[in-house]
Design a binder for this molecule. Structure first.
Ligand code: IPE
Ligand code: IPE
Ligand code: MG
Length: 260
């Protein structure tokens, strides 16, 4: 994508158009991963039940998925439900699952129109059959798309993923001598995808909460106080701009400003 493309879908003269102008389209993060947090706090601030925060968060998902695809991000991973989130009250869990189903149904057209490929990362087989059916349907419908890969992390745990990968490697008969980082990564849910370059967490918490533990080894982390239901494309642009100002070293030394 290019700035010209982006300016066709952001409002002229708006704050996000201004931000978009500053983005270097040759240095976009290939993979953006987001810990969507703060729905409960958003609801509490309005004296609403927590589930209203989850409901409001759907609008943020819609906006960010579409904006990421149009920007030219290759992979977007959204953390929707962790393996630890089963500890929440059953009514909250049920609402989250119902919202997910509704989202998939209502957004399939948008995913197709934007050439987006959808996939679940997480222990999908442990989800209720009606939820799984919806997920499988959306994944099948979009599997031939060639644009952005949209991963939804559902019943996801970073440690669970590493354990699952180890099990799969053993089942595949991989010998200890043959196993290296690259081979192992091929057994993760994200096999074949670039690692996240940019990890965003909303609502200010400075923790990783068991998200993509293997893959975020060298991700740039950007935390915003904005609560997830208030997060929109301009916040994504803010994060991308902050990312583009970072100096990534991968354990090496800073590159000199002037070569020679
Ligand atoms: C994020 O919002 C959504 C999920 C984890 C499913 P929270 O529900 O965690 O909101 P807070 O952190 O309690 O505000
Ligand atoms: C992380 O948020 C999980 C998701 C966004 C799905 P949590 O709200 O569950 O994380 P903690 O409990 O604050 O670490
Ligand atoms: Mg939370």
């Amino acid at each position: 994508m290019s700035l010209e493309d982006v300016l066709t879908w952001v409002e002229r003269g708006s704050a996000e158009a201004e931000l978009a102008r500053q983005i270097d389209f040759d240095r976009l993060p290939a993979h953006v991963a987001i810990i969507m947090d703060g729905n409960g706090r958003w609801a509490a601030q309005r004296s609403l039940p927590r589930v209203q925060g989850h409901r409001a968060g759907i609008d943020s998902v819609r906006d960010v998925v579409e904006a990421s695809a149009r920007l030219g991000v290759q992979v977007l991973t959204l953390y929707a439900f962790s393996v630890e989130n089963w500890k929440r009250p059953p009514t909250e869990v049920a609402t989250l699952m119902a919202l997910l189903k509704r989202y998939l149904r209502s957004e399939l057209r948008m995913l197709l129109d934007n050439n987006i490929r959808f996939k679940v990362v997480g222990r999908e087989h442990e989800l209720a059959p009606d939820v799984r059916d919806e997920l499988v349907f959306a994944a099948r419908q979009t599997e031939l798309n060639t644009g952005m890969q949209f991963n939804i992390a559902l019943n996801y745990g970073g440690r669970a993923e590493v354990v699952d990968a180890a099990r799969r490697a053993i089942e595949a008969g991989v010998h200890a001598d043959e196993l290296d980082e690259e081979r192992f990564a091929g057994f993760l849910y994200t096999a074949g995808q670039p690692d996240p370059d940019l990890l965003i967490r909303t609502s200010g918490e400075m923790r990783v909460s068991n998200f993509l533990l293997w893959q975020i080894a060298y991700a740039e982390i950007w935390v915003t106080e904005t609560l997830w239901p208030d997060f929109r494309r301009q916040h994504l642009f803010d994060a991308v701009l902050a990312y583009q100002k970072r100096e990534r070293r991968y354990g090496g030394i800073a590159r000199p400003v002037v070569a020679g």
